[in-house]
Every structure is written in structure tokens, then in C-alpha cells.
Design a protein around this ligand. Structure first.
Ligand SMILES: NC(=O)C1=CN([C@@H]2O[C@H](COP(=O)(O)OP(=O)(O)OC[C@H]3O[C@@H](n4cnc5c(N)ncnc54)[C@H](OP(=O)(O)O)[C@@H]3O)[C@@H](O)[C@H]2O)[C@H](O)CC1
Ligand code: K
Length: 504
């Protein structure tokens, strides 16, 4: 699913109006119907409702929703904020339509002073102050109103966007002046900022409402941001040839583990095997040899000459992909071996965990990374790599820049892991759950992506399919086991079911 910026959404509105064709006011009516339907599904008509409408089209939506709810028998009080004395055309039309009907409990147009109504725990506030047209942080009377609503015990449903939240960049926003909704009913598509962890406290539960924006317009408009959908992944999946033998299914090399971190190597190796690779070789310190042989008999072990650390690069000529980093440690010897390894490796690479931490300590090396390398940092690792970011939006922008600059594929791991590609596009992964916030989860992802690379998937596909399968395995595991007790090992156990679900 394409994620458009507010400027693009505005253009798509115009395209829909022109090409469907539909009057702008009728498009608003369609949106309002969808919003009203969603509200009536969630709240009974004995819920007292207070609608706060702003001067733009978000306010117009709110006024239309107020009319529809009043007509459906709900008790509705409406406050329209018209401080500058100017309403958008469709907002003004909906004001006129609303004031014509008798069923509204009260309608107050605020032009100067505002005496806020009491908002009890019974009240549902419908927040239609500002939507995708917001262009600066809320201030003055609007910030007081937002604070008043946030401090009240009422429930809040936001139309399209929690008022005050920017749809893309919130780095310079004033977080105290953003509505904290319980539910956000967003139109057509989630907004980019909804995918960032720190904004979940504003959006609450999100529901996307289809308002039938022109599919032709959507098709024609290039989006930098996309949410991966199951059908995308199904199209990318490669089958297994009935004549396949292990030599055709990819030969993967993992360089992982150090003394005390053998588990990371085991998890990555098992995940790699479960992701359908033909053969896995694991280069790991000598001390891990026996434990690896016992834990993953399917893998070939290539012990390092050192007892406890990775110290010497391996020849990669025979391999189809390299996964490096899980549990590797960050000693000086390992760091030097790592960069030597990365420089001489010809096959596709995924570098994770300590490989990233080593690069973070020697940032000059980042420029020397082979083109097409896949890096899979979690937010803290990325901050170590590229400096502190104030929020997820800033971090994503930096990751995109780095991906373009060095020609890398960077997966910023999180609830919606974001794959930043060298061409500037970003793919967000929708699968996964909070149960996966557990040690070893990342090692499993590295193993899966290494396997897919070895099997011949191109970098972007390996990342997209890998992220999706990893999250789906977590979701299926959570369905059966619950989230609390989920471990990284469970992700490997449920990987076959994830594949099966996608292949069925
Ligand atoms: N395709 C769709 O998604 C559709 C969405 N609809 C709804 O339309 C809004 C977007 O409407 P828009 O009129 O573009 O914008 P807003 O209603 O969000 O706000 C615009 C007004 O707000 C003023 N503004 C902006 N920032 C501030 C601020 N910080 N403080 C005070 N005022 C602010 C702005 O005035 P300026 O003069 O400053 O530009 C505007 O007056 C979308 O969210 C949906 O709800 C359509 O109904 C259907 C299609
Ligand atoms: K809103």
C-alpha cells in the first residue's frame, strides 16, 4: 500500500474530483459517511458526543459527521472554531447544512472567547480540528484546547489525524499540543507519522477508511513510502523446483558467535536452514564448535583459529551469500577481520548486530562497505552508526540518506521495520508483534535474509520477504502461544507455518 505525503494526498483529492468526476463537497460527504459508520459501530447512540471542528476540511468532515450522527439519534454538541473569520468552502457548506437541521443539541461558533464544555468519562469527543492540512505546531487557544481535552477523562476519536500531529515530520512539533486519541479514523491510507513508535500515544487504535480515492490516480503517483502487503510477498516468493537438490538451493555462510554468544550463531543458523537454504556453513570461534555441532547438526562448522573470537576472514568464493554479525563481539582483532571480510566478499552480504557496532566505532569504514550490502540495525544501533536522532522521523530520513549515499539496503528494525533502499524508496513491514521484542529476534532475521540471498533473491526482495516472514512467524507463534512467553527460538519453530500460510 502506497503511503502518500499530505501534498500528494491533496493532489490525489483533486485528481479524484476531476476524473471520477465528483464534486469536492460530495467527496467530503463520502468521507463523512465512512467516518460516521465507523463511529456508530463503536459507540451506541446514548453516548453524549462533543464535536470540535476546525476551519479547514477536517472541520468540514467533522460538521458533516455531526449532522449524520444527529440524524441517527445521537446527542451532539458542536464547537466550530472560526477564529480568523475564514472557513474552507466545504467547511462553510457543511456549517450551513448542519445549522439547517433541528436535531443538533447545540452549535457554537467560536470566534474569540471560548468556555470549554465539561467532558466527562461518558463523553466521546470527535476531534475534527486539524487534519492533513496542518502546517505548524498548534499554539495559543488551540494548544489550550488540546491540553484540556487530553486532561479530561473523555474518550477521543480523531478524524483522519490526531489534531496537531504532522503527517510526516514531527521533529520540531510540540508534543504536548497534540491530541491523544483513543481511536484514529484515517482516510484512505495511514499517514507516514502513524508508523513511528512515539506517535502511537497520539493515534491510539488506527482504522483506515476507504473513501475511494481514484485508483488510477493512486496507480500513477509514485510513493516513496510503501507498506508491504501479503500479495506483494506472495508474488516475490520463489518455489522449489521438483528437481531441486541442495546445490541449487543456495550455499550460505554465516560468521557469528563469540565466547558466551554462541546462542546468536545457533539462532541465525537454524533460521537460515528453516528459510529453505540448501547448505549453511558457520564460521565461529573454536569454543563454539561442539555446541554448534550438537545444536544444529545440519550445518557445517568452520572453526576460527581463535578459541573465543572471530579473527580471520574466510574465503567466500564458494558461497552465495554471507550473513555476518550476530554475537560476534567487538574486539579490535574481530573489527579488523570484519572489515577485511567485507572488503573481499563478492557475494551479497547482510551485516547485523556487532558488525554494525564495529562500524559505528569506525565510521570511516562505512564509506568502504560494498555496494548492495544489507544492514539491519535497531534504532539504538543506527544511532550509534549515524549519530543521535530526536525521533523516528529524523532517524528514517537519516537512514534513507545513508542508504542512498553508500548504496546500501538499511532495515531500521521496529514495530514497522523500514527498509530504506538506495533509490530512496522505503518499504514498511506490517507483520510482527510486541512478543518479538526479545533477545535473539534479530539473529533470526539475519539468518532468514542470508538464506533468501543465498537462494537467489535480490537484496530488496530478500529484505521484504525476510521481514514479512519473520513477523508472520511471530504472529502465528503469538496466536498459538500468546505474546508474553514468545522467544526467538519460537520464531524459528513457526517459520515453516509462515511459509505455508504464504504458499497456500
Ligand atoms: N483524500 C482525503 O484524505 C480527504 C480528506 N479530507 C479532509 O480534509 C482534511 C484536510 O483538509 P485541509 O483543509 O487541507 O486541512 P485542515 O483541515 O487540516 O487544516 C487547514 C486549516 O488549518 C489552518 N492551520 C494549519 N495549521 C495550523 C495551526 N498550527 N494553527 C492554526 N491553524 C492552522 C490552515 O490555515 P493557514 O492559513 O495557516 O494555511 C487551514 O485553514 C483531511 O485531514 C481530511 O479530514 C476531505 O474531506 C476528503 C478527502
Ligand atoms: K483531526
Amino acid at each position: 500500500m502506497k503511503i502518500f505525503t499530505s501534498a500528494q494526498i491533496h493532489e490525489l483529492d483533486k485528481y479524484t474530483i476531476e476524473h471520477e468526476p465528483i464534486e469536492s463537497i460530495d467527496l467530503m460527504e463520502r468521507a463523512a459517511k465512512a467516518i460516521t459508520h465507523a463511529i456508530t459501530e463503536m459507540w451506541h447512540n446514548d453516548t453524549p458526543m462533543v464535536v470540535f471542528a476546525g476551519p479547514g476540511n477536517n472541520g468540514g468532515d467533522a460538521l458533516a459527521v455531526a449532522r449524520m450522527l444527529a440524524e441517527a439519534g445521537y446527542s451532539i454538541s458542536v464547537y466550530l472554531f472560526n477564529i480568523s473569520g475564514h472557513l474552507s468552502e466545504d467547511c462553510a457548506t457543511n456549517k450551513a447544512r448542519l445549522t439547517e437541521i433541528k436535531k443538533i443539541k447545540e452549535f457554537i461558533e467560536v470566534t474569540q472567547e471560548f468556555d470549554p464544555p465539561q467532558l466527562t468519562s461518558e463523553t466521546l469527543v470527535i476531534d475534527g480540528l486539524f487534519g492533513s492540512g496542518i502546517n505548524k505546531p498548534l499554539a495559543g487557544g488551540f494548544s489550550s484546547l488540546v491540553k484540556y481535552i487530553n486532561a479530561s477523562p473523555c474518550k477521543v476519536v480523531s478524524i483522519d489525524v490526531p489534531s496537531g500531529l504532522m503527517t510526516e515530520d514531527n521533529t520540531y512539533n510540540v508534543r504536548a499540543n497534540i491530541i491523544r486519541a483513543d481511536v484514529t479514523l484515517t482516510l484512505q491510507q495511514p499517514k507516514l507519522s502513524f508508523l513511528f513508535a512515539e506517535n502511537q500515544m497520539f493515534t491510539g487504535w488506527q482504522k483506515v477508511l476507504d473513501i475511494r480515492i481514484s485508483s488510477e490516480g493512486i496507480e500513477k503517483t509514485d510513493a516513496h513510502y510503501n507498506i508491504v502487503e501479503e500479495r506483494d510477498v506472495r508474488c516475490m516468493l520463489r518455489g522449489r523446483n521438483s528437481f531441486a537438490h541442495k546445490g541449487m538451493m543456495g550455499n550460505a555462510l554465516l560468521i557469528a558467535g563469540s565466547y558466551g554468544m554462541g546462542g546468536a550463531a545457533i539462532l541465525a543458523t537454524k533460521a537460515c536452514l528453516r528459510a529453505g537454504v540448501g547448505k549453511v556453513t558457520v564460521h565461529t570461534p573454536k569454543s563454539n564448535n561442539i555446541i554448534m555441532q550438537i545444536s544444529v547438526p545440519e550445518a557445517v562448522i568452520l572453526p576460527d583459529s581463535e578459541e573465543t573470537i572471530f579473527s580471520e576472514p574466510t574465503d567466500t568464493e564458494d558461497y552465495d551469500a554471507l550473513g555476518i554479525g550476530p554475537g560476534l563481539g567487538t574486539s579490535e582483532t574481530t573489527a579488523i577481520a570484519l572489515i577485511a571480510q567485507l572488503r573481499r566478499t563478492q557475494c551479497p552480504i547482510v551485516a547485523d548486530a556487532d558488525a554494525i557496532n564495529i562500524l559505528a566505532n569506525r565510521r570511516a569504514w562505512i564509506q568502504q562497505l560494498p555496494k548492495g550490502i544489507i544492514l539491519t540495525p535497531h534504532p539504538k544501533e543506527f544511532d550509534r552508526l549515524d549519530g543521535h536522532s530526536t525521533d523516528s522521523g529524523e532517524r528514517l530520513a537519516k537512514a534513507c540518506k545513508m542508504a542512498e549515499r553508500i548504496g546500501a539496503y538499511i532495515i531500521l528494525k521496529g514495530r514497522y521495520s523500514a527498509l530504506c533502499m538506495p533509490d530512496g524508496h522505503v518499504a514498511f513491514n506490517p507483520t510482527g508483534n510486541a512478543g518479538m521484542a526479545t533477545a535473539g529476534s534479530g539473529d533470526v532475521l539475519t539468518g532468514i535474509i542470508t538464506a533468501l540471498l543465498a537462494r537467489g533473491y535480490k537484496q530488496a526482495e530478500a529484505c521484504i520477504v525476510g521481514m514479512y516472514l519473520h513477523g508472520l512467524a511471530g504472529d502465528i507463534a503469538a496466536e498459538e502461544l500468546g505474546m508474553e512467553s514468545l522467544t526467538a527460538g519460537d520464531l524459528i519453530t513457526y517459520l515453516p507455518k509462515a511459509f505455508k500460510r504464504l504458499n497456500d
